[in-house]
Design a protein around this ligand. Structure first.
Ligand code: ADP
Ligand code: ASP
Ligand code: MG
Length: 413
């Protein structure tokens, strides 16, 4: 017996029958005497549909007002929370749905990408004490002025882990459409292997490099507040993956996972005068616009000129191009080019800290498949390469095999 927070993602609540399935799972845990808090996503595809609707509404004008967009997007999770609570009641269970503001999920005021500052959960605690099943709409909160905010795409994982941290829950279970966390996206790499456990450190890196199975901030919360997080499928009873804090007695392969992300775009300034202060002139306006630059490379040409290439989130591509066209005219660069059809493929592993040769193996394996590397970046525990978007999946599979991660690799040894 304990207090359990369970989160169900979009595919797990995609239709009425699946919501009934969720209700049965929740009820079973409640019947065992556990306190139950359930965090829900919107039905699969609903958030995208709402974004489309907003864009249609403002077509021709500027992008939709950010405050109103969050009011709109929050309705996706409001729908599923109400439907689940409704069904639990028909099953004879005391249930109550709450929206983010009613659960007192306090965020900053960055609409569309708000950060949770505090989860007060007064009503949630009271309802648990009174033996209610509390169903909370994920992905949403409320700023100190009372405005509805949303936490960024995939953010209901963070709602769940933050709620579990606030309530000091015994565990936080994330139910999704795969059986756990794998060495690579199992929908791209058929030979990906399910991990029994993964360190928060590695999961943070994987989430930040494209593995959307967990929202990155949910892993940050788990790490900071020591929340036991367990990821598993809502469609079967298979054992899932436990997120573990610290590196105690973990199996340590040099490379533990491969990720890819198609969310970046590349900008190149050609023939930039190679003088002190130029990089600042190129990047300061991008930073001032609140755009995050990821990778940067600079090539020196003859004649006191350089080419400078960097990546930004795809969603900021047009805005960055406009900014850099202005910059190029000011500093006397020859031209600005961009490319949206790129992907970043990364190999990740804490074991890399103490091993050499990972980079060369990565480059050789990609070359053997004729995959051209456009940019490279490294940290202590990962190496990332930018490749053509259409080669991303092949690159993931190639690296997965090259680093001995394939599910059948052990059998072959
Ligand atoms: P939910 O709607 O349940 O939040 P998401 O679509 O956000 O589900 O996340 C689950 C998806 O994450 C899987 O369907 C899978 O394609 C993808 N994924 C990417 N990398 C991994 C990985 N390393 N392990 C498991 N799933 C991954
Ligand atoms: N519904 C939101 C999204 O699609 C949040 C989530 O599913 O976690 O991004
Ligand atoms: Mg998700």
């Amino acid at each position: 017996m304990g207090l359990i927070v369970q989160k169900f993602g979009g595919t797990s609540v995609a239709d009425v029958e699946r919501i009934r399935n969720v209700a049965r799972r929740v009820a079973k845990n409640y019947d065992q005497g556990n306190g139950m808090v359930v965090i829900l996503s919107a039905m699969a595809g609903v958030t995208d549909t709402l974004i489309d609707l907003a864009n249609q509404m403002t077509a021709g004008a500027q992008s939709p007002d950010k405050r109103e967009l969050d009011v709109l997007l929050a309705t996706g999770e409001q729908t599923t929370a109400a439907l689940l609570a409704m069904y639990l009641k028909t099953m004879g269970y005391p249930a109550r749905s709450l929206l983010g503001f009613q659960a007192e999920v306090v965020t900053d005021c960055s609409y569309g990408n708000a950060r949770i500052i505090d989860v007060r959960a007064g009503q949630v605690r009271k309802l648990i004490q009174d033996r209610y099943i509390v169903v909370v709409a994920g992905f949403q909160g409320c700023d100190s002025e009372g405005n509805i905010t949303t936490l960024g795409r995939g953010g209901s994982d963070t709602s769940a882990v933050a709620m579990a941290a606030a309530l000091k829950a015994d565990r936080c279970e994330i139910y999704t459409d795969v059986d756990g966390i794998y060495t690579a996206d199992p929908n791209v790499c058929g030979k990906a292997r399910k991990l029994d456990r993964i360190s928060c450190e590695e999961m943070l890196e994987m989430a930040s490099l494209g593995a959307k199975v967990l929202h990155i901030r949910s892993v940050e919360f788990a790490l900071k507040h020591n929340v036991p997080v367990y990821v598993r499928s809502s469609f079967n009873e298979e054992e899932g993956t436990m997120l573990v804090n610290g590196e105690q007695d973990m199996e340590r392969p040099v490379v533990s996972g491969i990720t890819y992300s198609k969310n970046e775009a590349r900008i190149t300034l050609k023939k930039v005068p190679d003088q002190p202060g130029i990089a600042a002139k190129i990047f300061a306006p991008v930073a001032d616009a609140g755009i995050n630059v990821d990778m940067i490379i600079q090539n020196t040409r003859a004649g006191g000129q350089t080419d400078l290439t960097f990546t930004v989130p795809k969603s900021e591509y047009q805005r960055t191009l406009e900014i850099e066209r202005d910059v190029a005219a000011r500093i006397g660069a020859e031209s600005v080019r961009g490319d949206e059809n790129i992907a970043k493929v990364s190999v990740i592993g804490v074991g890399m800290k103490s091993h050499s040769g990972v980079a060369s193996k990565m480059f050789t394996s990609l070359a053997d498949e004729n995959i051209n590397i456009m940019m490279i970046s490294t940290s202590e525990i990962r190496i990332s390469c930018v490749v053509e978007e259409k080669q991303a999946e092949l690159a993931v599979r190639t690296l997965h095999t090259a680093f001995g991660l394939d599910a059948d690799a052990d059998a072959k040894k």
